[in-house]
Design a protein around this ligand. Structure first.
Ligand code: AMP
Ligand code: MG
Length: 418
C-alpha cells in the first residue's frame, strides 16, 4: 500500500501538460499562460500629462502669468511647438506638446481673460507621465506558467493582444458504477441511492478549471463497465470512475481497465477515508478509480485527481496550501492508517484554530459541507486541545470571513420560508 505522498508523486509523473492553443483573451481567463509575455513597446508610449491642467516650458516662465495659446485633449497630439512664455490647456493622457516640459494642475491656476495665473509654486517637470516609466520595451510583464487573472488579461489587452496562448483545458470523463444508482432527480426506494458522485466530481473538475464529461452510470456488469471505460477514453484526456474498485464480488473496474490493456500503477493508498483507490494508465491517459462512498470519492479526487488536472492544464502551483492550526478539542487516531479529517479552520483571537466537523463516516457528506479543510492526523496519534495540527486548506470561505471581521461567527443557516 502506498502513502498519500508517494501516490501523489507517482501520479504527477504520468500527468503531462496538454498542447497549447490560442484563444480569445477572455476565454484565457483562469487558464495557464504557455509562455512569457514581453512588452513590444514602452508604456506609456510617449510623455503625457498626468493631470488636467496647463503645459508650458518651465524655462520660458516669467512671473506668475502665462498666456493660453492652445488646447490639447486626450487622444490628440499637438504638432507645432508651443510659443515660449505661453501655456497650452491639456487634458489627462494627452501627449506633451513640443517644447513643453512641465504641467501645472488646473486646481493650481486661476483663469483670467486670455491667460492664467499660477497660484502655487511650480516644479520643473512636474505632473508628466514619462515614456516607458511603467514598462520599458522588451520587459517581461507576465511569466509563462502564470494562471491568467483579470489583471493579466488587462496587461495583455494593453499590449494590443486579442488572443492568449494557453494550455488546452483537460477534458475529464466521469463514470459512476453501481446497480443501486439512480440518475439525479429520481426518488430512491429502499436499496437505491441517488448518484451524487457524478455531479460532485463534475463540480470538483470544474473547480479545478477542467471540463467535465459525464458518462452517466455503468451497471455492475463486466462488459458494460469495459465498454463505458473505452468510450470515456475516446472522448477525454483523463477518466475518473467511482465505485466498484474494492473487493466486492461485483467490483469490476480494475479488471476492466486491465482487460482493455491498461496498467494498474497502484491500488490502495494508506489513508482514511478512500483507501481502495486505484490509479491506472490506459491509452497513455490517467485513470482514477475512486471508491463509491461519496466522501471517500471526493477526498480521493482532492488528493489525487486535482493535482493531475492542474498539471495537465500547465499549472505549476498545484497543491493546496497546508497551514498549521491549534486543535479546539482533543483528537485521536487509534488506527494504523493516517486520516484526513474534515475540519473547519477559522481565525479566532488572532490564532488559526481548527475543529472537527460532523460524523466522519466516509458516506457523510455533511462533514464536508461544514468543513473548509482536511486535517492530517497521523496513524496511532493522540493530540490534546491546543496542540498544533496540519490542515490542507480547501477553500477560504469561512476562514476569510473571520479574518475580515474578528468576532463575527460563521453564517447561520437560512430560515425556513413561511
Ligand atoms: P462501492 O465502492 O461500489 O462498493 O460503493 C460503496 C458505497 O458507496 C455504497 O454504499 C454505494 O451505494 C455508494 N455509492 C457508490 N457509488 C455512488 C454514487 N455514484 N453516488 C453516491 N453513492 C455511491
Ligand atoms: Mg458498487
Amino acid at each position: 500500500m502506498v502513502s498519500i505522498e508517494d501516490a501523489q508523486g507517482i501520479i504527477l509523473q504520468y500527468a503531462a501538460p496538454l498542447p497549447v492553443e490560442e484563444v480569445p483573451l477572455l476565454q484565457g481567463l483562469a487558464r495557464v499562460l504557455a509562455s512569457d509575455i514581453h512588452s513590444p513597446f514602452d508604456i506609456p508610449l510617449t510623455d503625457n500629462s498626468a493631470m488636467d491642467g496647463y503645459a508650458f516650458s518651465f524655462g520660458s516662465l516669467r512671473g506668475d502669468r502665462l498666456a493660453v495659446s492652445g488646447f490639447v485633449a486626450a487622444g490628440h497630439a499637438m504638432r507645432d511647438p508651443v510659443p515660449p512664455g505661453t501655456a497650452v490647456k491639456i487634458m489627462t493622457g494627452a501627449c506633451m506638446p513640443p517644447g513643453c516640459d512641465t504641467v501645472v494642475p488646473v486646481e493650481e491656476t486661476k483663469p483670467l481673460p486670455g491667460e492664467i495665473r499660477l497660484t502655487a509654486p511650480v516644479r520643473q517637470g512636474s505632473h508628466i507621465r514619462r515614456r516607458g516609466e511603467d514598462v520599458k520595451a522588451g520587459t517581461r510583464v507576465i511569466a509563462g506558467g502564470s494562471v491568467i487573472r483579470p489583471q493579466e488579461t488587462a496587461m495583455m489587452a494593453s499590449l494590443g493582444m486579442s488572443k492568449a496562448a494557453v494550455f488546452r483545458k483537460p477534458m475529464a470523463a466521469i463514470l459512476a458504477t453501481g446497480d443501486e444508482l439512480l440518475p439525479l432527480g429520481e426518488a430512491p426506494v429502499p436499496g437505491q441511492i441517488v448518484n451524487s458522485n457524478s455531479i460532485a466530481i463534475a463540480a470538483q473538475i470544474t473547480e479545478a478549471r477542467a471540463k467535465p464529461v459525464d458518462l452517466g452510470i455503468a451497471p455492475d456488469d463486466f462488459e458494460a463497465t469495459k465498454n463505458r471505460i473505452r468510450q470515456a477514453l475516446s472522448e477525454a484526456d483523463l477518466l475518473v470512475t467511482t465505485g466498484g474498485v474494492s473487493v466486492g464480488d461485483k467490483d469490476y473496474v480494475k479488471v476492466a481497465i486491465e482487460e482493455l490493456g491498461g496498467r494498474i500503477i497502484f491500488w490502495k493508498v494508506n489513508m482514511k477515508p478512500g483507501k481502495p483507490v486505484a490509479f491506472a494508465v490506459l491509452d497513455g491517459k490517467p485513470v482514477f478509480a475512486l471508491p463509491g462512498n461519496p466522501v471517500a470519492a471526493m477526498v480521493g479526487f482532492e488528493m489525487f485527481v486535482r493535482p493531475a488536472l492542474l498539471k495537465m492544464a500547465g499549472g505549476s502551483r498545484i497543491m493546496r496550501p497546508v497551514i498549521s492550526a491549534c486543535l479546539k478539542s482533543p483528537l485521536a487516531n487509534k488506527g494504523e492508517r493516517p486520516q484526513l479529517v474534515r475540519a473547519l479552520v477559522a481565525l479566532e483571537d488572532g490564532k488559526q484554530r481548527v475543529a472537527v466537523t460532523a460524523n466522519q463516516g466516509s458516506a457523510n457528506i455533511l462533514s464536508l459541507v461544514q468543513s473548509n479543510g482536511l486535517l492530517k492526523l497521523p496513524a496511532a496519534t493522540a493530540l490534546a486541545a491546543g496542540d498544533a495540527a496540519e490542515v490542507i486548506l480547501l477553500d477560504r470561505e469561512y476562514f476569510d470571513e473571520r479574518c475580515i471581521s474578528p468576532g463575527k461567527t460563521a453564517p447561520s443557516s437560512p430560515q425556513p420560508s413561511p
